[in-house]
Design a protein around this ligand. Structure first.
Ligand SMILES: *[C@@H]1O[C@H](CO)[C@@H](O)[C@H](O)[C@H]1NC(C)=O
Ligand SMILES: *[C@@H]1O[C@H](CO)[C@@H](O)[C@H](O)[C@H]1NC(C)=O
Ligand SMILES: *[C@@H]1O[C@H](CO)[C@@H](O)[C@H](O)[C@H]1NC(C)=O
Ligand SMILES: *[C@@H]1O[C@H](CO)[C@@H](O)[C@H](O)[C@H]1NC(C)=O
Length: 411
């Protein structure tokens, strides 16, 4: 209890934004808008660096002190976002923004999105509570075969989905998890939709979906997706038919209809995202295996070497090399000095154009390569916008919730 009280005191005393990070006054002119955008850019760089650094410190060393520092930094960032948003709303009405050049238009309209922070305090609190409840339902849902034997999503259910080849066991796991998570989320979701739509309508969007689609900055978004789908469709249909036939050969006509859809629980992944069943599908068994894991193990690959090889690939495509700081500060393996760290992989942009991304990777597996892709991707971004603010805010919200939960548990 005492720790929670300390944390809450810190939260309430840390809410003021330091003066050098406050917006100045700007005129409603082209020059005013330009100056605002430039000032926002240079200030956001400092604020985001400050809060990302604090978040990184916490993620790579989970102590109460680091958590408190991280919460303070997050709240200051929220203050920053709201202060500059409010300033933009007060100074630059939409009708004026429409007269500016497209680049400045996009930046200003993104800064002007306040989202859930538009809501009055009580609704905002309710919104945050719903989000954290949904988060917790999703991450704690368990499938119990008996009071003694319960499976969590990680590691048991994910493992069953990937490795079991028993139709019934897979169905039990899939259905059980969807019932557990889904049924409990169902009662909260409509209220989330209502509050979220209300918030984004206050920013001028017709609903939350319109806001989400606006992040793609394309006026022809639906058509773009349709075109991509049309391009992929022939390949997808062939792949689908091939996979269905292989599943039919294994599970038989009782379970697989050669003219129907594939049951979602047979694809090796709870969400059918990765079709994690290659060993049942090998099209040319006599050809060299495309899975290079064994070869990598035989050649003595370690984590650093994997990342070096990934970098060679990306620089060969013409991308710039990772800065030295990436190699110095990234956490590629779980530290052995006894500290607790967040153990899932993530790529970080520190928003200062210097140490763009560090990587937090504790366990080496196939996903390591995907993370490397994300990290390298970050080295090409150079401007922060509402998208990133939102992503960051979500990330932080979650950490605060997790931390509060943890502290409550410790009491
Ligand atoms: C943002 O600021 C950095 C330097 O602080 C500069 O390199 C970059 O070009 C600026 N971006 C924009 C869009 O003004
Ligand atoms: C972890 O954070 C604590 C502060 O809470 C600090 O004293 C300690 O040195 C840090 N450990 C490492 C390995 O950085
Ligand atoms: C829009 O304005 C910005 C800031 O003044 C400038 O850097 C950019 O080149 C302009 N873009 C166009 C398309 O005029
Ligand atoms: C990782 O592998 C590289 C290349 O094989 C080697 O130079 C390096 O010393 C290895 N590092 C560790 C910590 O084993």
């Amino acid at each position: 209890m005492q720790r929670a009280a300390v944390l809450l005191t810190l939260i309430s005393t840390s809410a003021a934004l330091r003066p050098e990070w406050m917006p100045g006054d700007y005129s409603q002119t082209v020059v005013g808008a330009q100056t605002f955008v430039e000032d926002y850019n240079s200030t956001a760089e400092e604020v985001f660096y400050f809060s990302t650094e604090a978040n990184w410190k916490y993620n790579t060393n989970l102590t109460v002190h680091n958590s408190q520092q991280q919460v303070i930094a997050f709240l200051e960032e929220l203050e920053f976002t709201e202060a500059w948003c409010q300033k933009a709303k007060d100074t630059f009405p939409d009708s004026f923004i429409e007269t500016l050049n497209p680049e400045v238009q996009i930046i200003l309209s993104n800064i002007k999105v306040l989202g859930p922070a538009n809501l009055p305090t009580s609704e905002r609190e309710r919104y945050n509570t719903i989000l954290s409840q949904m988060d917790s339902i999703y991450s704690t849902a368990k499938v119990c075969r008996s009071p003694e034997e319960c499976w969590s999503l990680e590691p048991e259910l994910i493992d069953i989905m990937a490795n079991s080849r028993s139709y019934k066991r897979l169905l039990y796991a899939w259905e059980g998890w969807h019932n557990e998570a889904g049924d409990h989320l169902r009662s909260l979701y409509p209220e989330f939709v209502e509050l979220s739509n209300k918030a984004f309508r206050m920013d001028g969007f017709s609903d939350t979906g319109a806001y989400w689609r606006s992040l793609y900055e394309s006026l022809t978004f639906e058509q773009d997706l349709e075109n991509l789908f049309i391009q992929l469709e022939p390949l997808y249909q062939n792949l689908h038919a091939f996979v269905r036939r292989k599943l039919y050969d294994f599970y038989g006509p009782k379970y697989i209809n050669l003219k129907g859809p594939i049951p979602a629980h047979l694809l090796g992944n709870m969400w059918s995202q990765n079709w994690n069943i290659y060993n049942m599908m090998i099209p040319f068994p006599d050809k060299t295996n495309v899975d290079v894991t064994d070869t990598m193990v035989a050649q003595g690959y370690n984590a650093t070497h994997m990342f070096r090889v990934a970098e060679e690939f990306f620089t060969s495509l013409g991308l710039i090399p990772m800065p030295d700081k990436f190699w110095d500060k990234s956490m590629l393996e779980k530290p052995s000095d006894g500290r607790d760290v967040v153990s899932h992989a993530s790529a970080w942009d520190f928003y200062n154009r210097k140490d763009f991304s560090k990587l937090n990777r504790c366990f080496m597996d196939n996903e390591g390569l995907i993370d490397a892709v994300q990290a390298f991707d970050c080295s090409s971004c150079d401007f922060m916008n509402a998208k990133k603010i939102e992503k960051l805010a979500k990330q932080y919200d979650k950490h605060i919730d997790d931390e509060l939960l943890q502290i409550h548990k410790n009491c």
